[in-house]
Design a protein around this ligand. Structure first.
Ligand SMILES: [Fe+2]
Ligand SMILES: [Fe+2]
Length: 135
């Protein structure tokens, strides 16, 4: 679970909105997995994959448009996490409801990554984009 106050705020409101939606989906996924609800866990995994694709591609399009210098570093992190999330979704869907896989991935990997990524790369990117759109 992520508490809203843990989520770092960046300089671009549209990015914060997407991060909040992300946090809500991650928390819904956590609750479904903790409640051992297979159908809900599958639905929130799928929704999280879809949302992450939109989240990452929105940031990547803005970075590309304004020639953000660390574009490839930032995109590589998105690609890695998306691959990981797709793998976890596939393993869970093919298995017999391994809920500990989901809870340990979300708490031990996805949430720490999201908080760190938002605090460092997204924060830098948002500052750059806000300045780029001003001029
Ligand atoms: Fe982001
Ligand atoms: Fe990002």
């Amino acid at each position: 679970m992520i508490a809203q106050e843990q989520l770092p705020m960046v300089a671009m409101p549209s990015m914060n909105d997407i991060h909040l939606e992300d946090m809500i989906l991650i928390n819904q996924l956590s609750s479904a997995a903790q409640g051992k609800n297979i159908a809900a866990t599958k639905i929130f995994l799928e929704e999280l994959v879809e949302h992450s694709i939109a989240h990452f591609s929105t940031e990547e399009a803005m970075m590309k448009e304004h020639n953000f210098p660390s574009y490839s570093i930032h995109k590589a992190e998105h690609d890695r996490v998306l691959k990981e999330l797709n793998n976890i979704t596939r393993i869970f869907s093919e298995g017999e409801g391994d809920f500990s896989l989901i809870t340990s991935y979300v708490d031990g990997s996805l949430i720490p990554w999201l908080l760190n990524h938002t605090e460092i790369l997204d924060t830098d990117t948002a500052i750059f984009l806000v300045n780029a759109t001003k001029s």
